[in-house]
Design a protein around this ligand. Sequence first.
Ligand code: NAP
Length: 357
Amino acid sequence: MWYIISNMSVDISKFSTMKVGGSVTDIRKIKDKASLLQSIESSARLRVPFFVLGEGSNTIFRDIEHSLIVLKMENAGISIEKSDRKNTLVRVGAGERWDNFVKWSVENNFSGIEALSGIPGTVGASPIQNIGAYGSEVKNTIALIEAYDTTVDEFVNIPRERCGFEYRNSVFKKNPGRFIPPPSRVPRGKVGGFIIWSVYFNLCRNSVPVIPKYKDIIEYFEEKNISAPNLNQIRETVLEIRARKLPDPSVIPSCGSFFKNPILTNEAADNLKFKYPEMPVFPVSRDRSKISAGWLIEKAGLKGYAENNIGVYEHNALVLINRGGGSFEDLDNLRNRIKEKILSAFGIMLEEEVNIV
Ligand code: NAP
């Protein structure tokens, strides 16, 4: 049984890029291993579970008083661990901004993550939902994850094969131990959770950059008549295209893509395609296909639709935005309205990509 014996309370809405949410017991900025261990220890002493947060770009808090100590990961830093003619192993602190790392890799002519330019959030959050864009997924470059394992109360190394990476998913996301009780409170035989401390990436040296096979990018390079772009041109193109379609969270609060793209059996996708021949369908395996959640929302007439101060972004129906002063309740109403409408129109239940606490 958890209870608060502290009277502290901090407004959490400022720490989520959606800018909604109530309060939490406390927020601790974690810059090194000592501050992490101290915070875990004080969470045990106060008997308040802790919750790990990066930049809050994929996490939305409800409008309640959360009995939680938020550990805000701010341990940054990029170092080259090993290098040969073809590959470089790089270690990055969980609190490093993801896009700082992409910029650094492009400047150093290391390839592998350039298509993931401009994604908000921290490096430590990147494996959790196996971030992806333009056909690239972070799992393709991750070699190893160093994490604090609250079950055994020590730092452990988790090789990529044990991370259970799937489309926008991983063992860390599936693990229900997200509200991590302090180690002494983990019941015997139960799994606690992992606090990702640093991520090791295998980047390529001296390889020829590949143009992502997504329509927007291909068209951009065709228009500019560039057939063999360098890494920096790919990064700049991705940044420019993203800026057209996505709100800058520091100007218009949002959490990027709100829903996952549904993955259907080929039969279900074919049935929909028969009804809506213009609907884009992308094969993901021999028997499964991906369809675009944004396309479904737009087709249902909800692009630009708003309820109170939360709305569907007018340039991208997959993004929900806070138009100023919106609450979690408004967001909850809108996401339910969207899910009901998509279910009744297409028979598909959308799932949230964002993490709701
Ligand atoms: P888009 O190009 O308008 O395409 C709509 C959807 O169709 C995308 O979500 C994408 O799925 C899928 N798609 C398009 N072309 C594809 C292809 N050649 N092969 C396989 N799937 C294809 O998408 P967008 O909204 O401008 O986003 C562009 C990329 O940035 C996407 O990969 C998207 O996931 C990524 N992104 C991610 C976030 C986030 O918050 N996680 C936010 C914005 C954009 P996938 O999403 O599976 O690629």
